[in-house]
Write a protein of this length. Sequence first.
Length: 148
Amino acid sequence: MTTPDPDGLLAEQLLRLTRRLHRSQQRQLASAGVAITPAQSRLLRALAHYEEAPRMADLAARLEVVPRAVTSLVDGLEAGDRVRRAPDPSNRRVTRIELTETGRATLRALRDARRAAAEDILSPLTAEQREAFGGLLSALVDGPGQPC
């Protein structure tokens, strides 16, 4: 007989919860008519954090991916009119990535879908349980050894 592995069980539960949240969010997006990959949504969310349009290299660093991966994501988002490439006014060799109005609308849809998915997943919890769960998750996400 093997001894129970509480950390392994907890890891499995976290993975299942993450998958369930992702599926719920995808359903919400589909019902809103938004077709976007998880990687593209991650790039859009990263792009929204910049005050001025970032360079592709800035996005690659923020997302911790190789620049070629950002190029592919931007290509797809640009084809959907969610972002546009714009020349840097001070250095014409540099290209900046800007959100379009469609990109901003997509971000709003992503936020709404994430909120609705979280509500669906967290609905069995009381307000106090949600607060405690949020605190525990923050301690894990922001804990020692985590990248900034």
